[in-house]
Design a protein around this ligand. Structure first.
Ligand code: SF4
Ligand code: SF4
Length: 474
């Protein structure tokens, strides 16, 4: 197999020999300070980094260089994303699964967990509970099962989510995480108006991938790896990538991840909309100690910084699995979206106490704070929590989104939308303490809307939100 980023064949665009060669190249150049200086200079101007360049920085252990990597990532993050952090919640709909992923408690052989699928009434109840917390953006999660979670079920759930309106609540963007599927099914998801289609690769190392996925359709490495291309062929403009760090040698997977981004850019003219950075963590029937590739916190944070530098315009998502300390550091270095107040159980948002005790969770959540506590914490740390969902509703997806992002024009929309959606949250859902901190942050953030007309009209809209109007957006 020959490396070819434009190929549609998995083993050509994620080419094992190219990754091994890149690892060798990185070892050979990890002390080449001139090369490293040039890479960082380029990255500081938001031009990104190739997988080879990122690998060299990853291999470098010089504390001075590592400090410069951090500082540059912080500057790039601040320039493109300001202090905005977008909030979302995962919604688990069904945990029946026919796959055998050895790191996931939903794997078919696990008899300890209670299997559950939400019917549409239950979905409605969950969405009401999520709206009452203040969420506007959801990530729907399903195990893979032809009987319990066929595409028709997924489509029904999307319909229920979008059509549920409770008080001032509304879910305005539904992102989807389902197993690799056909172009035809992706087309159906596109027609159902999903936001981003997310599919994590878990690991790009084919041999290890096959060991980690011994059973079920997911064991087909090529079908899984080529799924984002099929999604784009089906009309979905925004796709999300992710690696489950800890399954395999992290440097290999970081290179694979960046090659995947380069491939999407080469074939479709637009890279991934988001990259997620989950790490293996404890769960029922899963002991992280069995995974010898565990990634320590400092290495994990360096990975976050390097992804930020390599793909500056790609949103980066961190889940509830991380502790609040790691979250705080990662936010500075590059994360632009986090989940808040998440439940990783099926039906967890509206569950009774007895149901809460049922063992249906996919993962332990290290961060158990409520959404209001997460919002309050962000505000105290001078971040601007955002519930914005404007882009795909305004048709800014795929290459159109990237045009706005790369010219920097998107920042004015993001900033104005963040301020207005935070205001909605404060009016409808926040605790007294959060209202007080939120109003102060809004005052500080309004002047940062760098387009006078948009700034002035945002101020007027804030007043109208106070008077009861909702859903303004740019
Ligand atoms: Fe099923 Fe996904 Fe868990 Fe694998 S990771 S067992 S496909 S739910
Ligand atoms: Fe995201 Fe677009 Fe909203 Fe900015 S304006 S936060 S890019 S949805």
């Amino acid at each position: 197999m020959v490396y070819d980023p434009k190929s549609r064949v998995a083993e050509e665009f994620i080419n094992h020999d190219e990754i091994l060669d890149t690892l060798r190249y990185a070892e050979d150049h990890k002390n080449d300070l001139q090369l490293i200086g040039n890479i960082l200079k380029k990255a500081a101007t938001f031009k990104g980094m190739t997988h080879r360049e990122a690998a060299v920085l990853m291999a470098c252990t010089d504390p001075e260089v590592n400090k410069r990597i951090q500082e540059t990532a912080i500057r790039v993050k601040e320039h493109i994303y300001g202090s905005r952090i977008v909030l979302f919640a995962p919604l688990y709909l069904s945990n029946y699964c026919i796959n055998g992923c050895v790191y996931c408690p939903y794997h078919a052989k696990n008899k300890n967990i209670v299997r559950k699928r939400l019917e549409q009434d239950d979905v409605h109840r969950e969405v009401v509970a999520l709206q009452d917390l203040g969420h506007k953006r959801l990530l729907l999660e399903f195990g893979e099962h032809p009987k319990y979670a066929p595409i028709e079920y997924v489509l029904d759930c999307i319909k229920t989510v979008y059509s549920t309106k409770h008080k001032n609540g509304a879910i305005r963007r539904v992102n989807i995480n389902i197993a690799a599927t056909t172009v035809e099914n992706y087309r159906k998801l596109h027609e159902a108006e999903i936001g981003t289609y997310q599919l994590f690769q878990e690991t790009y190392h084919k041999e290890n991938y096959e060991k980690l996925h011994p059973k079920g359709p997911k064991s087909d490495y090529a079908y899984h790896t080529e799924a984002h291309d099929r999604a784009m062929e089906g009309g979905i403009d925004d796709v999300g990538l992710g690696v489950l760090f800890g399954l395999n040698y992290y440097r290999y997977d970081l290179i694979g991840l960046l090659m995947h981004a380069e491939h999407l850019e080469a074939v479709w003219g637009v890279g991934p909309h988001t990259i997620s950075v989950p790490r293996i963590c404890p769960a029922d029937d899963i002991n992280p100690a069995e995974f010898t590739n565990a990634v320590p916190d400092e290495t994990f944070l360096k990975i976050v910084a390097l992804i930020r530098l390599a793909v500056p315009y790609t949103g980066m998502i961190m889940s509830t699995r991380e502790s609040s300390r790691v979250r705080a550091e990662a936010l500075k270095l590059g994360i632009s979206q986090i989940s808040g107040g998440s439940k990783t159980t099926v039906g967890g948002y509206s569950a009774t106490e007895a149901e809460q005790m049922e063992n249906t969770a996919q993962f332990d959540t290290s961060d158990r704070r409520t959404l209001d506590e997460v919002v309050q914490w962000l505000l105290e740390n001078k971040y601007l929590p955002s519930f914005c969902t404007a882009c795909y509703r305004a048709g800014r997806t795929g290459d159109r989104f990237m045009e706005y992002a790369k010219t920097g024009e998107i920042a004015m929309y993001c900033q104005a939308n963040a301020v207005m959606t935070l205001k909605e949250y404060l009016c409808d859902y926040a605790s007294e303490k959060t209202v007080q901190s939120g109003e102060k942050v809004i005052e500080l953030e309004i002047p940062k809307i760098n387009h006078e007309k948009v700034r002035l009209s945002s101020v007027k809209r804030l007043k109208r939100i106070e008077e009861g109007e909702r859903d303004f957006r740019y």
